[in-house]
Design a protein around this ligand. Structure first.
Ligand code: AMP
Length: 399
């Protein structure tokens, strides 16, 4: 399966609306604290500029329910102008409306129009067709490069495709889609999945879909305790989803049946309170004391997991191995990042926390691909059809 690429479309002199994901984090002063999401769309923007397109950009930022200056895309416009150099980025005062349409109609080459935050329009999250028509009326070509929202049927990513003449995918979206497809359909074996994070619930579906496709499964982070409890270990006060113990048992049984080797932590870094100042203990999973909770995998688990990754040809990683936000409990996650980035396997990471760990570890350049979408990348791995990607799938006459 392939997506209709922006490369397949005539762009010269065409008004081209690119849906981006500029949902960047900001500090308490409103400064952009991480502009990776802006940078990741620049190849598509530059390509469209080079083809002579007149560009309109649209994005959401945060989750405002109505117009709220705190969520204006103004800081994004400024950053974008600096990143693009020699391009004037004009900030529209609103998303649609006559002023904005006039700006769009009069765009010149060398200028880019950035619409205000799409979520200022109530219709955006309702997949409202009137909003979609208004957005579509401003452009000849629609390019979706906002993978992070593709699991949602929103007006600017789903309904809009019904009203524009040409819809296609930008380079970031194509990369995300292709890596997801490769993992599910043609991953080189041995294929190792490494999952972590706080909850089994968020990753249950992905685990079920992946099991028949992988050779080994490493489970770390808080979710490992539901599996350890399912195996009869005393996990003290560690995080657990009691209602999912049966599901955990099922996954353990399925893995066995399918010949998938399942690895859980053999030791943990435990503390009595959820704090960086707490006294810590390194204990084996057989010896977690009552009243203590495991907040990171221990050194023996790290060594074990490194060995498990040794012969991998493909690695998919989603979720930290511990509470990496606190320095005392970050070692297991940072080591995992180093092991995966050092390997010669095709390495794909997903989820915002995992990307943060990899960046903190300084390993980003050594991963094959780091997904920009949390929920969207999980749904792709779950094998679901993403509503905003469906209209962009290239229909192959031989399919
Ligand atoms: P998720 O959103 O499910 O991927 O979980 C990410 C969160 O899991 C991070 O904020 C981590 O701090 C947290 N986490 C990882 N390991 C543990 C653990 N052992 N106990 C509690 N929280 C954890």
């Amino acid at each position: 399966m392939q997506l209709i690429s922006v490369k397949d479309v005539e762009l010269s002199n065409k008004k081209t609306l690119i849906r981006c994901d500029f949902n960047v984090p900001q500090d308490e002063f409103g400064n952009i604290s991480d502009d990776r999401r802006i940078k990741s769309v620049i190849p598509t923007i530059r390509y469209c500029l080079d083809q002579g397109a007149k560009i309109i950009l649209a994005s959401h930022l945060g989750r405002p329910k109505e117009v709220n200056n705190k969520y204006s895309l103004e800081p994004v416009a400024k950053r974008l102008e600096r990143l693009l150099t020699n391009i004037e980025v004009i900030m529209a005062k609103n998303v649609i409306g006559n002023d904005t349409k006039e700006l769009a109609a009069n765009l010149k080459h060398g200028q880019i129009l950035l619409l205000e935050n799409l979520r200022f329009e109530k219709g955006e999250t309702k997949n409202d067709e009137n909003l979609a028509k208004d957005l579509a009326s401003m452009c000849d070509v629609y390019v979706n490069d906002a993978f992070g929202v593709c699991h949602r049927a929103h007006a600017s990513v789903e309904a809009i495709t019904k009203f524009v003449k040409v819809s296609c995918a930008g380079f970031l979206l194509q990369k995300e889609f292709n890596f997801g497809q490769q993992l599910l359909k043609s991953a080189a074996r041995p294929f190792v999945a490494v999952v972590g994070g706080s909850k089994v619930s968020g990753k249950l579906q992905a685990l079920h879909n992946l099991l028949p496709k992988i050779d080994k499964l490493i489970i770390g982070g808080g979710m490992a305790f539901t599996f350890l409890k399912a195996q009869g270990f005393n996990i003290g006060n560690s995080i657990v989803e009691e209602e999912l113990i049966e599901d955990a048992k099922q996954i353990i049984a399925n893995a066995k049946e399918l010949g998938v080797k399942l690895y859980l932590p053999v030791d943990v870094i435990a503390a009595q309170s959820f704090s960086n100042d707490s006294v810590i203990k390194k204990v084996s999973v057989q010896e977690i004391p009552n009243g203590w909770m495991g907040l990171d995998i221990g050194p023996a688990s790290s060594i074990l997991f490194k060995e498990v990754l040794n012969d991998a040809q493909t690695i998919w990683w989603n979720g930290p191995m511990g509470v990496f936000e606190m320095e005392k409990f970050s070692k297991g996650s940072l080591k995992m990042s180093h092991y995966i980035s050092d390997s010669y396997a095709t390495s794909v990471a997903g989820g915002g926390d995992t990307a943060d760990v990899i960046n903190r570890a300084g390993d980003a350049d050594d991963f094959s691909f780091i997904s920009t979408g949390g929920g969207a990348s999980l749904e792709l791995i779950e094998g679901k059809e993403l509503p905003a990607i469906k209209p962009l799938i290239l229909k192959d006459e031989f399919e």
